[in-house]
Design a protein around this ligand. Structure first.
Ligand code: ZN
Length: 87
């Protein structure tokens, strides 16, 4: 099982601070997906390096995206969601 890694950057930094053009939005599940695990859990801030401000925003957007069914809750569901999200 590939449990660790996927998020093993050498230097941690907040991607949203680093790239002002990176949208933090529930309508961009392709970006949000980088911050959740394969199982649909939100990845901890100390792992992604996201700053407190953006992590809070991120959490909100991910939850919103889930409600809009743009993100998957479980892996079983994920392939299905991918087909629908062609942004
Ligand atoms: Zn930030």
């Amino acid at each position: 099982m590939a449990f660790r890694k996927k998020f093993a950057p050498r230097r941690k930094f907040c991607r949203f601070c680093a790239d002002k053009d990176l949208p933090l939005d529930y309508k961009r599940p392709d970006i949000l997906r980088d911050f959740i695990t394969e199982r649909g859990k939100i990845v901890a801030r100390r792992i992604t390096g996201t700053c407190a401000k953006h992590q809070r925003q991120l959490t909100t957007e991910i939850k919103r995206a889930r409600q809009m069914a743009l993100l998957f809750y479980t892996t079983a569901h994920s392939s299905d969601v991918k087909k629908k999200t062609n942004i």
